[in-house]
Design a protein around this ligand. Structure first.
Ligand code: MG
Length: 298
């Protein structure tokens, strides 16, 4: 939904800042995304929090660089809620929720969120234990059949930390596969009745109707007594991939980092804004912009 009375657009002169060599960004803007410079002070001042994807949004070429990690700390110190919304596994999310400057972390594309309260870990699963056990059995079968059906792909290296989904690697630790192979992986999941979403590195498949957005709404309601349907314009979401699409479609202030151009043809609902730079540098630019506009300094 695109609700809310806060104007999210600034002046068209943001386009003046586009450098001719920045063709990726031009391409992104040609599909209607606006440059970050158009994110207004009014919109930033009304913000309660920042939610962001992890891979290729916070990270750059697979690494979490200092400026991106510091941007999370700066946002939190400025009084904003910070949440990571990722397809990465439960084992990673335990670490993120415990040690990072975050209020909560959604993992495995919405299967759960974890958060710390009074120094203790709290795990909130969308499905009950018995449902998860049955679904794991069905996913184990797909973990055997998909790598045979689509040569070159592999069960992801982080699968052993996963509790509710199956991640098929198409370019993280295997040589990058062509688009048709990614389509075949998605098809194999869907033929088995699973939901499948494409991130920048994996195709994630799971049984269940949840996604990043539905779990994010659950987390906001339970942790912050926040009805996101009524306050979507009080949160920025930053992402880069098709599995972020439900978030892009929902948050009026959703922002992509510049590398979205590589996957944008797989995304029907693009976000409102796009950063000048890729990955973590783009995320840091978003936080810079928000804090500057709020008058907190970057
Ligand atoms: Mg990503």
């Amino acid at each position: 939904m695109q609700s809310g009375s806060v104007s999210v657009y600034g002046h068209e002169d943001g386009h003046d800042n586009v450098h001719e060599h920045d063709l990726g960004r031009m391409d992104a803007m040609s599909r209607g995304m606006r440059p970050l410079g158009e994110l207004t002070a009014e919109a930033c001042t009304g913000l309660k929090g920042i939610m962001c994807d992890l891979d290729d949004t916070l990270t750059s070429e697979g690494r979490l660089e200092a400026r991106a990690f510091d941007a999370l700390w700066r946002a939190r110190r400025a009084g904003l809620r910070v949440a990571v919304i990722t397809g990465r596994p439960a084992g990673w999310v335990d670490h993120l929720a415990r040690m990072w400057p975050v209020d909560g972390v959604v993992g495995e594309n919405g299967a759960f969120y974890f958060h710390m309260r009074d120094g203790k870990m709290h795990q909130r699963w969308v499905d009950d234990e018995e449902t998860r056990r049955r679904n794991r059995e069905k996913l184990a079968e797909l973990a055997r059949t998909i790598p045979v059906a689509v040569p070159g792909c592999a069960v992801s290296a982080d699968q052993f930390c996963r509790a509710a989904d199956l991640a098929i690697d198409f370019c993280e630790d295997v040589p990058p596969l062509p688009e048709e192979a990614i389509d075949k992986i998605v098809e194999a999941f869907e033929q088995a009745g699973a939901t499948a979403k494409v991130s920048s590195i994996h195709v994630n498949g799971w049984f269940g109707s949840y996604d990043k957005l539905s779990c994010c709404k659950l987390m906001a309601r339970e942790l912050w007594d926040e009805d996101l349907d009524a306050s979507a314009n009080r949160y920025v979401f930053a992402g880069d991939s098709p599995n972020d699409e439900p978030m892009f479609a929902f948050f009026p202030l959703a922002t992509a980092v510049a590398n979205i151009v590589e996957l944008q043809d797989r995304i029907a609902h693009l976000p409102t804004f796009v950063t000048p730079s890729r990955g973590g540098e783009g995320f840091a630019e978003l936080v810079d912009r928000i804090l500057e506009q709020r008058g907190a300094g970057a």
